[in-house]
Structure formats: structure tokens, C-alpha cells
Ligand binder design. Sequence first.
Ligand SMILES: [Zn+2]
Length: 239
Amino acid sequence: MQQLRKKLKHALLAKLLKGNNVACTVCGSTYSSFFPYLNRANAQCPSCRSLERTRLIYQFIKDKALIQPNTRLLHIAPEQCLYDVFKQQLGNDYIPADKFEVGYSYPSDTSNVDITSLPFEDGSMDMVIAIHVLEHVQDDAKALQEIYRVLKKGGYAILQVPYEQSREHTYEDASITSPEARKQHFGQSDHVRIYGRDYINRFRAPGFSVQYADYVQSIPEQLKERYVFKKEEIFLLRK
Ligand SMILES: [Zn+2]
């Protein structure tokens, strides 16, 4: 009942936002403004629920034509809106995967995986996407090696993490394990570090080359406003 009420409220609000000031790069819907999300006004697409970062990354993927009809794409911790478009585009070549946790539900074709020990063959993927995942993983170096291993030579990865521009070195301490202490030290109860400006070196460690650090700067201001993009650098990693 509560679920139904929520859905109806959502549909009504979406109707009230009918318009053409903002547009979603993921589902193509337009509105007078997006829904608020957490403390941010004008953030979430009422139709597919995409957020600022997701819309930016999806636009980047489209602009660079990173996904072709036969691209084999491993998507770790898939955002629902991207799951929907990738599944439709790629069918069985789209492999959604996550580490299953009690109390959460996942689309039926999602694989339960440990990112530090991926159950896929060497060189079996054209692309890997994992957005805001590595800051939750204790052994991120091993995860990066695994992602590198399953990619084909020439394959791409997008592995965005939150990082603090003002921090030179990544801060982590494996002895901090309780949710309370992690929140205090790393800003979120399930984060295991705060990445600093050196984080891109971790991506280079397994052998990735790094491209397109300044994509968001290349987008005209009026489009940034129309799509309500996150002002975030995107790093495209290439094996
Ligand atoms: Zn949308």
C-alpha cells in the first residue's frame, strides 16, 4: 500500500514537472526540472531515476561510441537506469554483476561476484563499468588487477570513484572497521578510504593507460545546464 502511494505521488509529481527545460541523456525524457535528490534540487530524472553523474557518464559513453552492437560489457553494481538501456542494447552481451547483500534485491540475471576474484576468463570483456565501487573495496589493487585481467587488449574501463581534490594522498587504514569509525574517518559507514589526487596512479598500476580526463570541460555550458551534469572528470582507462 505504501509502495503504491509512493508510486502515485511520484507519477503526479512527474506530471507537474512537464516541460522542456531539462533533458535526460539516458531515457530522453524532458521536464521543467528534475526531482530533488538528497539535499540537491533538480537532480533525479522522474522517468528513469538517473542522477547527475549517471547522465554525464552515459553521455560520455554515447559521445565516444564506446558501446557497439557486440560489445561484451561487465557492469559492476549496475545503476537501474543504465541496466535498462544496456540490457536493451546488448542483450546477453551485457553482464550485470554485484556482491549480493542481505536485504537488497537484484535483477534476476545479475551475477553474484567478488570484484577481487572475478569469475570470468582472461580477455573476455570489451568493457567494464564500476561507478563508485572501489571506495568500498578493501583490496582495490586486487580489484583493479582483476578488471584488467578480464578485459581484452584494447578494452575500456570506466571506474569512477569519489575523491578529494584538496587531498594529495589517499587516506586509508585497514584497522578502521566499524561502521561508526568508517563514517568518522572516511565520510561514509561503508567506505574504506578517501581517495586523494594520487588515485589515478592506482588505476595505472595494473597497466591501464588513462584518457579523456577533461571531458566535462568540453561540453557547452548550456548543455551542461540542460542535462544537469555533475562537474566531474571522467577517466577512460584502456588496456
Ligand atoms: Zn531519464
